[in-house]
Design a protein around this ligand. Structure first.
Ligand code: NAD
Ligand code: UDP
Length: 336
């Protein structure tokens, strides 16, 4: 039996594959390499010494999904595939709704046809109602402020409705907070195309000389130093969270939304200072205006993940900064 990993060459998926393969699971991948490179999968193979069968194709292609499920005795699916750039989703909402919703619908339909009942879905902390008090708990109200966020919200609803209609389904909606860092080997990591939107890759690319300086988006937020606070999570802890969710789905039915975060918030300045200290390298920055739509603070209540999945983040801020820089300095241009 194998686990189908959609978007398997991506940042979080590649780390999850390493974790699963090291645990003796077998995995099969579908990716159209829209935002990734097959090189990531070659490196996963090199790291683990295990084969991964990869199909180049679109996760919206239901017939291809059915074929993959039949050819590989698929038992469960981890659905990472999707577009994820918030800014682009505002400019091109239909591109986001089409890809992110179609892929989930095609997947659920293919699962039904093949009798596959376990689904782990990549959701996001962005589904939480932005004006609510942190920490965010899974039972709090939801609401989004951009099309990317709405695709996560709608996908959660689609999965809930599918599970209501089919009591055999077992689905875990993982709401990630802010994944950062890389595998400690420095062989796989985050490889954003173009100018990074997210803080950590921007810091890394500034440190390596690809960007002149970081712009900190606002220092007048209601936080301990005025810069935005987020719940940064080591991608290897996140990968372990998926392995725990796969295990959970094997022995439970129904749908659970579960936060994957540390429960601790760090500000932008905390991140810049920690990165400089741990890696002994300067990061030039300037303070700029706020980025529209940004919250003062976002961090998780991670207690449900510990209760249901037995999962808790164990890696520190220092680990995140060290491993992120190790990847970036060894691969200044990513997988290219
Ligand atoms: P990523 O872009 O590195 O990985 C996504 C992968 O999906 C890529 O390899 C891409 O080529 C592939 N893909 C996209 N559309 C596809 C399609 N139609 N068919 C086949 N492959 C397709 O992104 P990531 O950071 O690893 O994120 C993985 C998932 O987690 C995404 O769904 C994302 O929205 C979600 N998520 C990410 C973050 C984050 O900060 N990185 C936070 C919360 C949620
Ligand atoms: N941020 C910043 N400069 C950047 C990118 C991000 O100051 O170039 C800030 C952003 O305002 C937020 C934090 O860093 O407070 C995390 O941003 P990111 O986009 O990584 O995650 P998200 O806001 O989606 O949680």
């Amino acid at each position: 039996m194998s686990i189908l990993v959609t978007g398997g060459a991506g940042y979080i998926a590649s780390h999850t594959l390493v974790n699963l393969l090291e645990k003796g699971e077998s995995a099969v991948v579908i990716d159209n390499y829209d935002n990734s490179s097959p090189e990531a999968l070659r490196r996963v193979k090199q790291l683990t010494g295990k084969e991964i069968k990869a199909y180049e194709g679109d996760a919206c292609d239901e017939e291809l999904l059915v074929r993959i499920m039949h050819e590989n005795a698929v038992e469960s699916v981890i659905h990472f595939a999707g577009h994820k750039a918030v800014g682009e989703s505002v400019q091109k909402p239909l591109k986001y709704y089409r890809n992110n919703l179609d892929s989930t619908i095609s997947l659920l339909s293919a699962m039904k046809r093949c009798g596959v009942t376990q689904l782990i879905f990549s959701s996001s902390a962005t589904v939480y109602y932005p004006e609510d008090e942190v920490p965010f708990r899974e039972d709090m109200r939801l609401g989004c402020i951009n099309p990317y966020g709405w695709t996560k919200f709608m996908n959660e609803q689609i999965i809930r409705d599918a599970a209501k209609a089919d009591p055999d389904l077992s689905c875990v909606l993982l709401r990630y907070f802010n994944p950062v860092g890389a595998h400690p080997s420095g062989m796989i990591g985050e490889d954003p195309s173009g100018i990074p939107n997210n803080l950590m890759p921007y810091i890394c690319q500034t440190a390596v000389g690809l960007r002149d300086h970081l712009t900190i988006f606002g220092n007048d937020y209601n936080t301990h130093d005025g810069t935005g606070v987020r719940d940064y999570l080591h991608v290897c802890d996140l990968a372990e969270g998926h392995a725990c969710a796969v295990r959970y789905a094997r022995s439970h039915k129904g749908v659970e939304a579960i936060n994957l975060g540390t429960g601790v918030g760090y500000s932008v300045l905390d991140m810049v200072n920690a990165f400089q200290k741990v890696n002994n390298i300067p990061v030039k920055y300037v303070i700029g205006p706020r980025r529209p739509g940004d919250l003062d603070a976002s961090y998780a209540d991670p207690s449900k993940a510990e209760r249901l999945l037995g999962w808790k983040a164990t890696r520190t801020l220092e680990d995140m900064c060290r491993d992120g820089w190790n990847w970036q300095s060894k691969n200044p241009k990513g997988y290219r």
